[in-house]
Design a protein around this ligand. Structure first.
Ligand SMILES: Cc1cc2nc3c(=O)[nH]c(=O)nc-3n(C[C@H](O)[C@H](O)[C@H](O)COP(=O)(O)OP(=O)(O)OC[C@H]3O[C@@H](n4cnc5c(N)ncnc54)[C@H](O)[C@@H]3O)c2cc1C
Length: 552
């Protein structure tokens, strides 16, 4: 590495630690409890506390230690590459991180960047939160732990090299599945996936949902994350023992178990400001007070919101727009930040219960259904989750406990939004416009999802639980009422993708088009939403990316 003298303060051992603390405090994090300082040594990686600990040279700098960044650090470190990981957040120590049912409390905590969307016309003008993990482990630290890859058809719409058959070996390589290894599942990977088919303490409401869905004519699938991803089944979660198995515990901490010394250094609590780009080549990573220059590629893993933001700050994006903000263009890539996709979720079809609803020991959704909205046999584009908590938007209205809720989600929406810069200030949050329900078809598919949920909710197996349907209730009797209810009840499933997509912004080897020495590997490169939650897809993409990088 060259240019190291500018990292950290000039006062030796304590400078970097103090700068990290200042960085976190500036981002609003340090005043809140639950964060450790980066001084603690981490199992498996060296957590840097002083600039004197930096190696003389690195092969790669990874920007962002989230779901994708941790995979890359593990695979490249194991292969002997000298890796520096720079993460804006710190190690998370909030007890809620490890406790699966506590996951909702992590939103708007110190572990969340706390982004907000622009007002959304499709949601009646509401601006909604856009949580993103800010910690070692990224969004896998605050997510809802569900881990499913979804139907193959969604991947088969992706460019050659990234289709389901290409990714299947990497889905398997990533996981240790509680149901055991098979042609579809992994038995020896870093990330532990617990199928609730393999436990006995599921909620009785989830059991009722399984039976009710079958009464409504939907088939059971024994392994919803395996060969048959259509039908009703038990949820699958990134849980090891009884605790969250996030990207940091699974992929960073496990480096300690490998042969030899891990070659991975972690610089936590430091926010990357952009890249040094000259004549079509990325030379290094800009930090407060310095530049780090690896010998090999810079690997950008800051997620679907911050990866395009960092590219645009560095002149990589729509040239005219950047020019207007005083940012010199390095390469004109109009698609950076464009075609943002996210899953809309409707919260929800809600029932007052006859008696108290036992709490979930997992993520409040012990069972769920994947189904096509139109033709039986097609790949699913609707998910209905059965939640044992009273989860409705305040804009929907009050929902007195005890209650349970059926939540439809649209898995293949047509609406596209954008991530744009507000200014050239490297610390300013991006303008996030997901354009939820911008396309009328998305509203129609969600309406179908509500109908499927109500059909299941009205089935005999729920008779023992259902006192009455509270929402949508009478609102569903007119077209205007239905549309109004959907706009009031829709929120995000928190799965933004596509803002640096393969084919448009990066090539099939994830290299930024027109810029040497810079790759993007995270949810932003996904060329479309998987027909399920996103973490499994991001993990498999990063697994494959590590092989591409090691191949040169
Ligand atoms: C509340 C919530 C619930 C979710 N639930 C589920 C679920 O149940 N199942 C599922 O599959 N998916 C879920 N997701 C989505 C899933 O977690 C993400 O799709 C996935 O983690 C994205 O991985 P990533 O590597 O692209 O980004 P991230 O994991 O977000 O990692 C990006 C990292 O980059 C860091 N970073 C950003 N900017 C900078 C900078 N300038 N300098 C240094 N570091 C930076 C961030 O702090 C972060 O650590 C959920 C997400 C949220 C927010």
């Amino acid at each position: 590495m060259s240019g190291t003298p500018s990292i950290g303060d000039d006062d030796g051992q304590g400078g970097l630690k103090r700068r990290a603390a200042i960085g976190a405090a500036m981002a609003g994090g340090l005043a809140l409890s639950g964060l450790s300082t980066p001084a603690r040594a981490t199992v498996g990686v060296r957590t840097l506390t002083s600039r004197s600990q930096l190696r003389a040279a690195y092969d790669h700098v990874i920007v962002g230690a989230g779901s994708a960044g941790c995979v890359l650090a593990h695979r490249l470190g194991r292969a002997g590459r000298r890796v520096l990981v720079i993460e804006a957040g710190l190690r998370a120590t909030l007890p809620a991180v490890a406790t699966p049912p506590a996951w909702p409390s992590l939103q708007e905590s110190a572990l969340d960047w706390r982004y907000v969307t622009t007002p959304q016309p499709g949601l009646g003008g509401r601006a909604i939160t856009c949580p993103r993990g800010k910690a070692v482990g990224g969004s896998s630290i605050i997510n809802a732990l569900a881990y499913q890859r979804g139907h193959a058809a969604a991947y088969d719409r992706w460019p050659a090299g990234w289709r389901h058959a290409d990714l299947l070996p990497y889905f398997r390589r990533a996981e240790t599945f509680s149901g055991g290894a098979s042609d579809w599942r992994g038995g020896n990977g870093p990330l532990h996936i617990l199928s609730l088919a393999d436990v006995t303490d599921r909620t009785p409401v989830a059991e009722a949902f399984m039976a009710a869905a079958q009464q409504a004519g939907f088939p059971v699938t024994p392994d919803i994350g395996g060969e048959h991803t259509t039908g009703v089944g038990w949820n699958q979660l990134s849980i090891k023992g009884h605790t969250r198995d996030d990207a940091a515990t699974a992929y960073l901490d496990s480096l300690a178990n490998g042969p030899g010394e891990a070659a991975v250094d972690l610089l936590a609590g430091v926010q990357v400001l952009g890249f040094e780009v000259e004549r079509g080549r990325c030379l290094g990573v800009r930090l407060p007070g310095g530049i780090v220059r690896p010998e090999g590629d810079v690997l950008l893993c800051a997620g679907a919101i911050d990866s395009p933001r960092l590219l645009m700050l560095s002149g990589i994006g729509p040239a005219e727009e950047l020019h207007a903000m005083g940012i010199a263009s390095a390469v004109d890539l109009p698609d950076v930040g464009r075609r943002l996709e996210d899953h809309p979720l409707l919260a929800g079809v809600a029932y007052e219960a006859r008696r108290p609803v036992p709490a979930s020991h997992y993520n409040h959704c012990d069972s769920l259904l994947y189904v096509p909205h139109a033709t039986p046999g097609e790949s699913p584009d609707i998910l209905v989750m059965c939640l044992s908590v009273p989860f409705v938007r305040p804009t929907v209205g009050p929902l007195p406990a005890p209650a349970y809720v059926l939540v439809p989600c649209h898995l293949q929406p047509r609406s596209r939004g954008s991530v744009r810069l507000v200014s050239s200030d490297p610390r300013a949050a991006a303008i996030i416009d997901p354009n939820y329900l911008g396309e009328p078809e998305d509203l129609a598919v969600l309406a179908k999802g509500v109908e499927i949920a109500r059909e299941i909710g009205a089935a005999k197996a729920f008779d023992d639980w259902r006192a009455k349907e509270v929402y949508p209730g009478p609102a569903w009797t007119s077209e205007a009422g239905r549309t109004d209810f959907i706009r009031r009840a829709t929120d995000s499933f928190h799965h933004p993708v596509g803002t640096c997509r393969i084919g448009a912004v990066v090539d099939e080897r994830l290299r930024v088009k027109g810029i040497a020495g810079l790759r993007v590997i995270d949810a932003s490169v996904l060329p479309g939403l998987p027909a399920a939650m996103c973490n499994a897809a991001v993990t498999a993409v990063a697994e494959k990316a590590s092989d591409l990088i090691l191949a040169g």
